[in-house]
Design a binder for this molecule. Structure first.
Ligand code: PEP
Ligand code: MG
Length: 592
């Protein structure tokens, strides 16, 4: 500290908090690779673990190859021969095993070091064909890493102040983080609504994202400060900076604001409109928050996180247990399980070719309908789990009524088959995520075939404005308060009202006080959010009048640009509720 140059990098603070720690660089997108020291007495076990991963990967590849041969013919299956050959390559395997022995390192680390060395040779080869073989190596290494992660490594010698620094963290990687050690996260890409950010907030790990070029500059072991409130990370802080932060964090913890005592009974606005607050959850580590913050049930269980850990499908029985657990956590208010929202950034099929345009690709309900057996298994597991509590299903990224009809038909068939087999199951209501412009436009017909709407504002902003929610280069165009977005929300809520079905808003908008107030103005009364956001949402919404919020929402709908809406919101909120919205909680107009 103090010897190297202090580097400050600006990003976006997406999960609150300040952490003073040490950099732990995480390679790659899926699965993190860390260095653990293996004691001499445990080296044989580590070698066994690596050999088991090689065997598992081999049998997986053989199965994929057989399927490809059956379905596509021999001409296409040869690709997997190259992968199989790599796993047979004694030089590669021996090098990894030697590295485990001589370095006394864990298998993941040894594999990464050996393969990085190999890849650097390939990347310099002039011949296109040979250079491309490098991607086969990457693919096989990725498969081996997933196979290794299937069995928990025995050692996790991470330092206790590890700050994960990475170019991009996919949700699967966050799900794998060892929570006892990961103190904070700093990434080059990402935005407020990327899943990494949502999970970090859910777990209470401070995070700054969108740092662009930070990963390249940081080295494992460097001192680092992650300051989410200043949207900043500081690498190699000087002694003066370090001491200032030490005292600031000590001060903050000792004077941490005590949450105001919770008002008794349900949350009501000043004029008496009752607002229901439900919880969004992804990982078991977040379940405790549902009770702690007195959520009225689980409004969104992002079930795909069940798969994120391993890259393999979880069996029907394991799924049934997981859904039963969510139902128990939710209590009598019940839980809404969203069918796997796979694809896009939540890819789990390691053998799948990357899509050209994943956000517009085989994602969410499309992925489920294409992999019907997977969808059936999940539906059966949910139907059976209803014996433990009240569960509902929501279909992700519905485009129109045909998506709902197809999913409902499959559900009906599964109900019938369970009944035929005499297997205990209950009734589940079915809702549609409204998160694409097309769903908004044809909302009436969707409302006719579902029991409720669930507005995913994260994707609704992304798709309405055609702005990638995780790309920091276009972050200035990601405008939650864009009039087109407000129009879509207003229309969906109106259709739900006139069709006499419920509407829950579950995107990140619901957990931001200023945005939530506007949602109330647009007529929302049912919000779902990360449990830890509930105290501040309760505090704010109990101090606003829904009629005033309605007037502001109507004015906002007539605005032409997001800047105009933000200016208006700032002015009106300060006028009507000066003490309720501190300046820092109001949107800042980003004039272009
Ligand atoms: C959304 O899109 O707003 C949503 C709730 O779903 P996810 O963030 O998982 O896409
Ligand atoms: Mg979504």
């Amino acid at each position: 500290m103090g010897e190297s140059l202090e580097i400050r990098c600006k990003g976006v603070g997406v999960s609150e908090g300040i952490v003073v720690g040490r950099v732990l660089r995480m390679h790659g997108n899926t699965g993190y690779v860390y260095r653990a020291n293996i004691g001499a007495g445990e080296l044989e076990l580590e070698l066994d673990r690596f050999q088991a991963a090689v065997r598992l990967s081999r049998s997986q590849l053989q199965a994929i190859k057989d399927r490809a041969e059956r379905e596509l013919g021999k001409d296409h299956a040869y690709i997997f021969d190259a992968h199989l050959l790599l796993l047979e390559d004694q030089k590669l395997i021996n090098d990894v095993e030697n590295s485990i022995r001589t370095e006394q390192a864990n298998a993941e680390w040894a594999l990464k070091v050996v393969s990085d060395r190999l890849l650097s040779v390939y990347s310099e080869i002039k011949d296109d064909y040979l250079r491309e073989r490098g991607s086969d190596i990457e693919d096989v290494v990725q498969r081996l890493l997933v196979a290794l992660s299937g069995k928990q490594p025995a050692h996790r010698n991470l330092s206790e102040d590890a700050v994960i620094v990475s170019q991009e963290l996919l949700p699967s990687a966050v799900a794998e983080l060892d929570l006892d050690f990961a103190r904070a996260v700093a990434t080059d890409s990402g935005g407020w609504t990327s899943h990494m950010a949502i999970i970090a907030r859910g777990l209470g790990i401070p995070a700054v994202v969108g740092l662009r070029d930070f990963y390249r500059r940081a080295r494992t072991g460097d001192a680092i400060i992650v300051d989410s409130s200043r949207n900043e990370v500081i690498l190699n802080p000087t002694r003066a900076t370090f001491e200032r932060y030490q005292s600031e964090t000590a001060h903050r913890t000792s004077t941490k604001a005590v949450e105001p005592a919770r008002q008794a009974g349900p949350l009501r606005t000043l004029d008496g409109v009752e607002i229901r607050l439900r919880a969004n959850v992804e990982l078991p580590a977040e379940f405790a928050g549902v009770r702690k913050y007195e959520a009225q049930g689980v409004g969104l269980y992002r079930s795909e996180f069940l798969l994120a850990r391993r890259g393999v499908l979880v069996s029907e029985d394991e799924q049934r247990q997981a859904y039963a657990e969510v139902a128990r956590v939710a209590g009598s208010d019940g839980a809404i399980v969203r069918l796997f929202d796979l694809g896009a950034e939540k890819e789990f099929d390691m053998a799948k070719e990357p899509e050209r345009n994943p956000a517009l690709g085989l994602r969410a309900i499309r992925y489920g309908l294409r992999n019907e057996e997977m969808m059936r298994t999940q539906m059966r597991a949910i139907l059976r789990a209803t014996t433990a509590g009240n569960l509902e299903i929501v279909l992700p990224m519905v485009g129109d009524v045909s998506d709902v009809r197809r999913a409902r038909r499959i559900l009906d068939e599964e109900v019938e088959s369970l009944a035929g087999a005499g297997i205990a199951h209950g009734h589940v209501r079915v809702g549609a995520m409204i998160e694409t412009p097309s769903a908004v436009i044809v909302a009436e017909s969707i409302a006719a075939v579902v029991d409720f709407f669930e507005l995913g504002t994260n994707d609704l902003v992304q798709y309405t404005l055609a702005v990638d929610r995780g790309n920091e280069d276009v972050a200035e165009w990601f405008r939650t308060l864009h009039p087109a977005v407000l129009y879509g929300i207003n229309r969906s809520l109106e259709v739900a009202r006139s069709s006499d079905i419920g509407a829950i808003v579950c995107g990140e908008m619901a957990s931001t006080p200023a945005y939530a107030t506007l949602l109330i103005g647009l007529g929302a009364t049912d919000l779902s959010m990360t449990p830890s956001s509930m105290p501040r949402i309760r505090r704010v919404l109990s101090q606003i009048d829904s009629n005033i919020a309605r007037d502001i929402a109507v004015e906002s709908l007539a605005c032409e640009t997001a800047d105009d809406v933000e200016d208006l919101v700032r002015t009106r909120f300060r006028e009507h509720w000066p003490g309720v919205f501190p300046l820092s909680s109001l949107p800042v107009a980003r004039k272009r």
